[in-house]
Design a binder for this molecule. Sequence first.
Ligand code: GTP
Ligand code: ZN
Length: 308
Amino acid sequence: MQTGLIIRSTGSWYEVRNTDGHIYRARLKGKFKIQGLKVTNPIAVGDRVQFDLEDELENTVVITDIEPRDNYIIRKSVHKTGHGHILAANLDQAVLIVTLAFPRTSLGFIDRFLVTSESFRIPTTLVFNKADILKDEALDYQREIIDLYESIGYRCLETSATEGENVEVFRNLLDHKISLLAGHSGVGKSSLVNAVAPDLHLRTSEVSTFANKGVHTTTFAEMFEISPDTFIIDTPGIKELGLADMAKEEISHYFPEMRDRLNQCRFHNCLHINEPGCAIKEAVGTEEIAESRYWSYLGMVSGDDNRR
Ligand SMILES: Nc1nc2c(ncn2[C@@H]2O[C@H](COP(=O)(O)OP(=O)(O)OP(=O)(O)O)[C@@H](O)[C@H]2O)c(=O)[nH]1
Ligand SMILES: [Zn+2]
């Protein structure tokens, strides 16, 4: 028996990496149910599993057990009510790459992402890329935004993938961790990853041979080892990660600066919209809670599904 890490999944086949870095093609033994979870995929990228060698020549193994997860991100299936699809498990952190240059990431999108990662209990860092093309006032504005998120407790990093600014810090951020990388198309995600892992392209084409045989691979997350013991997960479905399954009352719990004040509202079921004696609205009034964060909150509570 060996232990390993699931680095790729096609739905019926998996790729598992053992502790020496050897990659096997894996399948599940019989029916595999994980208690208490209604999911369409029992095993996901990031899962730590135990397996037995099946066919040494064919490089195939059989997964016999799965270790308890530290966390996981799940997407509710549209088709089967109550069922979800696990995108990835055991994440050390999420890194949201944004830019206030072009194509500009909205604060609403940032906040929605942060609420989602808070709900999955995944620590998140914000990377503000393309700092090189921000002129004076725009750069001042970016620093204000960074101050705002840092004051809430989120780590922030200003980078330029093209100029190499803080690329080393970005590399250190990822070091020896499993990180989910997210961000809108065009913010410079690939450029940043290429800057810290120039040979990633080679590695990915190397390990993709199994996955090519599968179907629907694009709906599954992929994990890449960019340096020893340093993994990034690129998930195609991150934008659809919704608040769909979150109760209205729950949302403020995922705004850390609101969470701290919740027991000061007059009504215990306060939604912080127009209730009297609301500590959240009061804190917005005194600018202890940023207006932009409150607007994002209102958008989410009202079910405004705008995910720019
Ligand atoms: N000025 C400037 N341009 C950048 C920076 N990072 C990336 N770019 C440019 O922005 C464009 C998009 O970069 P990509 O790395 O392809 O962005 P991406 O987020 O990976 O986008 P997708 O590949 O569509 O997911 C390219 O033209 C890059 O050269 C940066 O720090 N500064
Ligand atoms: Zn309130």
